[in-house]
Structures are given as C-alpha cells and as structure tokens.
Design a protein around this ligand. Structure first.
Ligand code: AMP
Length: 223
C-alpha cells in the first residue's frame, strides 16, 4: 500500500497520518524529517539543505527529489505513507514518473482541506500545558478552549511555542502550501486529475471538524 498525504500546517495532518500508517503498517516517510536527520548527522546534503530550511524556503528539487525517491526505494519496500512531498509540480511529475517506471501503485492520495485563515488561527492559538504537552488547548477552537489562562485538562500554566507565534513564517509556509499554480496544492491537484482517470483514489477530508470526526471520516473512506 502506497499513500500520499496533503494538508496545510495546522490541519492535523500528523495525527491523521499516524492513523493511516498504523492501519496499514507503513513506513512513514517525511521529507522534512529526512532533512532534519541529515542536518543532525552533519552530512553534505544536510549542510546544503539547512540554509533553505532556516529561511523557510523549499530545498531545491535537484537535492530533494533524488533524496526522497531513494528513501522510498530503501525504506518503503513494504509500502509507504509519504508526507511533505511532493510540494510543487516538478516533484509531483517526477514522483509519478518514478512510480510508473518501478511499476508501483499509488493506492490513495489524501487531502485534508482547511481554509487558510483557520489553519493560521489553529497554529497561533495553540497553547502548551506546562504539565503535559498532550493536553489539548487552543484559544481559537471552542472544543479545546483553555479555562481562562489555565490548561483545560489539569489547570496547569500555559505557554506558546515561539515558532507558533511567528506570523511571517506561518504565512510563508502557507504561501507555498496554498499555491494552486505551482505550490503544494498544485501538486495535490495533479494527483486529483490522475484519480479522475482512474489511476489512483483521491480522498478529501474536511479538516474543520474535530480530530475524532476527521479520523472517522478517513477510516470510512479507506478500504
Ligand atoms: P516540514 O517538516 O515538512 O515542514 O519540512 C521542513 C522544511 O524542509 C521545509 O520548510 C522545507 O524547507 C524542507 N522541505 C521538506 N519537504 C520538502 C520538499 N518536498 N521540497 C522542498 N523542501 C522541502
């Protein structure tokens, strides 16, 4: 089983991806995580990629594409969930080309839909509980609104993650994601078109619901 997942930062893509990964026992291949490993290991690739990543830009295709395709071959032999790639049209085309060449099927393409303003609020509204990182608190989501300025679960003190409050950085990431001409959504729509020709199955999920509602919707749409 080979699956692609798309969703903007703030859509709960990580959580839903984890569910899919467990259901089919897939290798979770995340382009961002591969870059972080390279940076941590001080490799040449990591050094080259770091300057782009630090600026919030995409790493050039001539570095990214071979790295991801190689990882699919080595770590994804028994099926993969690919996350964070493709992020533009060239990456989409090269991935599809590589799959065709290898005779591999793309079983599902999942897109979590979420309006840009809501995605931004979700990130900026996130609050971290000092006692437990998993206590959900978000000042912009009614279902998990904190109790005043305290954690809704345990009453602990709350704080923000500095990168969650960096509006310029969030906007830059979303500029890339929501670009339907040559950004991540353009890549997603490339596969949506292939699905119309019966070459893959495209699943759209409404990202505005609760995590559980999205999970249920997702599980009902996967075979
Ligand atoms: P992520 O963890 O997916 O947010 O990725 C972190 C950073 O890695 C991104 O901001 C990009 O700089 C880089 N990156 C990850 N995936 C890609 C990709 N498919 N193409 C280009 N750069 C990428």
């Amino acid at each position: 089983m080979n699956i692609l997942i798309f969703g903007p930062n703030g859509s709960g893509k990580g959580t839903q991806g984890e569910l899919v990964k467990q259901k089919y026992n897939l290798a979770h291949i995340e382009s961002g995580a591969i870059f972080r490993e390279h940076i941590g290991g001080g490799t040449d690739l990591g050094k080259k990629a770091k300057e782009y990543i630090d600026r919030g830009d995409l790493v050039p295709d001539d570095i990214t594409i071979p790295m991801v395709l190689e990882t699919l071959k080595t770590k994804g032999k028994d099926g993969w969930l690919l996350d964070g790639f493709p992020r533009n049209m060239v990456q989409a085309e090269k991935l599809w080309e590589a799959l065709q060449k290898e005779g591999l099927k793309l079983d599902y393409v999942i897109e979590i839909l979420l309006p840009r303003e809501i995605a931004k609020n979700r990130i900026m509204g996130r609050r971290l509980c000092k006692n437990n990182n998993n206590h959900p608190n978000n000042i912009f989501i009614d279902a998990i609104k904190p109790n005043g300025d305290k954690c809704r679960v345990c009453g602990g003190d709350l704080s923000t993650r500095s990168d969650d409050q960096d509006e310029a950085a969030i906007n830059k990431r979303h500029d890339i994601y929501y670009n339907t001409t040559d950004g991540t959504l353009a890549a997603a729509y490339y596969f949506k078109k292939l699905a119309q020709d019966g070459k893959t199955v495209y699943i759209e999920l409404n990202g505005e619901g609760t995590i559980d509602a999205i999970k249920e919707d997702l599980l009902s749409k996967l075979k």
